[in-house]
Design a protein around this ligand. Structure first.
Ligand code: GRE
Ligand code: ZN
Length: 261
């Protein structure tokens, strides 16, 4: 299990550094990606495998986000692009805001999107997700930005109607759509090679600086109503989890790359 984030007043992102010195480090996420400052590079093809198999997926309220997991031995895998090895899917989760004008963690040209999906993968050579946390190339996270619109996204049909069943912290359900993982992790292969990539961290304590971020340029969409469903879950302090994004962190000289497509 990865460490869990905290958003209560007593532990807002600005005080995470009191307990977790790594949160004050120089390779923190999220960041503002300024397109005029990115360096274009030709990476090899980013490859997905086991994505289109059917996967039984479970959805949990862990008190900090809505998390979707699969315990399938044939978990989705990624390789290629900016990563040299094979990484194994562990979980995906969402970050959102108090209203539709904010909620994403990474920004593009200082623009916030309404939601961000993080699909977390650990390096297979390290044997387990726990062991991978001890290595600076332990994780790769795919980031998808979502813009709120009037149109509902069918991908969320199997998700949002069941969020009322997981409002309590620790509750979980089985998702009644075995292709939900593939639809969320690889929504559109046509634009899967169009991404920004940079070295960063978990966006929650302990903010470990072990992540190769791959942020897709093409935003996805979600309706206002679908997004509102996420804001009803309870957080660990008993209040509604209305927002759970970390503000942007200094780039501190890091280079953000864009794949040349
Ligand atoms: C998070 O808690 O938000 C998180 C992880 C792992 C990787 C990235 C990330 O748990 O943002
Ligand atoms: Zn996240």
């Amino acid at each position: 299990e990865l460490p869990v984030p905290r958003y209560q007043v007593r532990s807002s992102p600005s005080s995470w550094g009191d307990d977790y010195k790594t949160c004050l480090g120089k390779f923190q996420s999220p960041i503002d990606i300024r397109e005029k400052d990115v360096t274009t590079v030709s990476f090899t093809q980013l490859e997905f495998s086991n994505v289109n198999n059917s996967h039984t997926a479970y959805m949990t309220n862990n008190g900090h986000t809505v998390m979707i997991q699969s315990f399938d031995p044939n978990a989705p895998l990624i390789s290629g692009g900016p990563i040299n090895d094979t990484y194994v899917f562990q979980q995906l989760h969402f970050h959102w805001g108090q209203n539709d004008n904010l909620g994403s963690e990474d920004l593009i040209n200082n623009h916030s999107f309404s939601m961000e999906l993080h699909a977390v993968f650990w390096k297979k050579d390290y044997g387990s997700s726990e062991a991978a946390l001890k290595h600076d190339d332990g994780l790769t996270v795919l980031g998808y930005l979502y813009q709120a619109t009037d149109k509902s996204n069918p991908v969320f049909d199997s998700i949002t109607w069941q969020i009322p069943d997981i409002t309590g912290v620790g509750s979980n359900i089985t998702i009644n759509d075995t292709s939900v993982l593939s639809k969320l992790i690889a929504p559109d292969l046509a634009s899967a090679q169009n991404y920004f990539t940079y070295r960063g961290s978990l966006t929650t304590p302990p903010c470990l600086e072990i992540v190769q971020w791959i942020d897709f340029v093409q935003p996805q969409y979600i309706s206002h109503e679908q997004l509102a469903a996420f804001r009803i879950i309870q957080s660990t302090d008993g209040t509604n989890l209305t927002h759970n994004f970390r503000p942007v962190q200094p780039l501190d000289g890091r280079i953000v790359y864009r794949n040349n497509v």
